[in-house]
Each structure stands twice: as C-alpha cells, then as structure tokens.
Design a protein around this ligand. Structure first.
Ligand SMILES: C[S@@+](CC[C@H](N)C(=O)[O-])C[C@H]1O[C@@H](n2cnc3c(N)ncnc32)[C@H](O)[C@@H]1O
Length: 204
C-alpha cells in the first residue's frame, strides 16, 4: 500500500488516544539523542514537522520558539495537552508536511522525527524542510530506514503490508530521499532496534 494523506488522517485518529502509552518508552532514547544532536539554543526558531502528540516538545530547551505542524487534528489535540512548555513559545498548526505554510528561511532548525517514513512523498517533505530553513540551519531526523543500496527482504516486504496500514513505511532509504537536495549529513548514528532506526543531523 502507498502511503496517502487520507489514510494517514484516519489511522492517526485511531493512534492518537494510545500513541504515547504504546510508543513513548520505545522511542524515548532515540528521540532524546536526536534533540541533543540538534542542539537548540535560546532564541532559536524550530519547526517540528509531523509533531504528532508532541513527544519531542518536552525536550525543547528554555527560550526556544517553535511551531508544531501535523495533518491530524486528533494528534494535535494530544500535543496541545502538553502545552505550555516552560520557558518556550510553542504554536501548533494543522497542515501538510509536503507543503509547509511557512516562508523560506523562517527557521533555525527543523525536527523530522518519525515523519519521513509516514508522508506520501518523503523527498518533497525533506525539500520543504530545507526550504523553510535559513542557510546553515539544521535538520534532525530520527526514523527507520532501509540501508542505502539494499533491497528489502521478502520478510520485510510482507511486514510492510501491515506496517503501511498502521501508518508507517519500513522500506524507505534515506539516500534516495536526500538525493539531489542541498544539504549535507554531519552526523549519522544507529539508534534503537539494532540500528533499524537512525539519528541523523543534516545541515543546509
Ligand atoms: C509516527 S507519527 C510521529 C509523530 C511525532 N513526530 C513523533 O515523533 O512521535 C507520524 C505523524 O505524522 C503525521 N502526518 C502524517 N502525514 C502527514 C502529512 N502529510 N503532513 C503532516 N503530518 C503528517 C501523523 O498525523 C502523525 O502525527
């Protein structure tokens, strides 16, 4: 199944009430590492694309201004419950990660945690993230990827039939997503589930 926004809206409405209870602990280590590598400083503007239930918001340092954007009103309602974040100025907005409603260069940093494996067109999502970054700005990614240059095993293909219905694609390669885009990888580390998930820091 190809990912699409209509299905994502439906499936993440179902996930919203249980997402944190089921997945917060699993993703905690990778999420924390991603936010540490991003190294946000007071006064910086950050965009959290596909902010979901706002699980990343609690890792924002004091003094940051941010926008969390998501397609799902149900997920955003859960994120709203986490506000305010002490010392931060955070706004939540409904929108599509593939057509960000922000000006070019509007942010110092972008968080793409667990979204490139979810949006229908991850390269478009990445290119939008780069567009809204100022020159020299950073993007952090925490997500699962198929290793570059490899093909999924039959087992992984089969698992992906279920996984895409649950709202995430197992078989995307970061190298394909970044191909031709104006950014460089400055850090790439294996993360949870034996390195299936990675934490990657990029610079525009
Ligand atoms: C796996 S969750 C990750 C949420 C959050 N980033 C996290 O780390 O927990 C994927 C999120 O992407 C959102 N989403 C799916 N398609 C989207 C799109 N086209 N634009 C923006 N958000 C989208 C879903 O509603 C969901 O909240």
């Amino acid at each position: 199944m190809q990912m699409n926004n209509r299905w994502n809206r439906f499936v993440y409405r179902l996930w919203a009430p249980v997402y944190d209870a089921v997945l917060e602990r699993l993703f905690r280590q990778g999420r924390r590492s991603a936010m540490e590598w991003l190294g946000l400083r007071a006064g910086e503007r950050v965009c959290l694309v596909g902010v979901g239930t706002g699980a990343d918001l609690v890792y924002l340092p004091t003094g940051v201004k941010g926008v969390g954007l998501d397609l799902s009103d149900a997920m955003l309602a859960r994120a709203e419950e986490k506000l305010p974040i002490a010392g931060c100025d955070i706004e939540l907005r409904a929108g599509d990660a593939q057509a960000l409603p922000f000006n070019d260069g509007a942010f110092d940093a972008v968080v793409l945690n667990l979204i490139l494996s979810v949006v229908p067109d991850p390269a478009l999502c990445m290119s939008e993230a780069i567009r809204v970054l100022r020159p020299g700005g950073r993007i952090v990614v925490f997500d699962k990827f198929l290793p570059d240059g490899t093909e999924p095993t039959w087992g992984r293909r089969l698992s992906n039939v279920v996984s895409t219905r649950l709202g995430t694609d197992l078989n995307r390669r970061l190298g394909d997503i970044l191909s031709g885009l104006p950014c460089e990888i400055v850090h790439d580390e294996p993360s949870i589930l034996g390195g299936m998930y990675r934490v990657v820091l990029l610079r525009h």
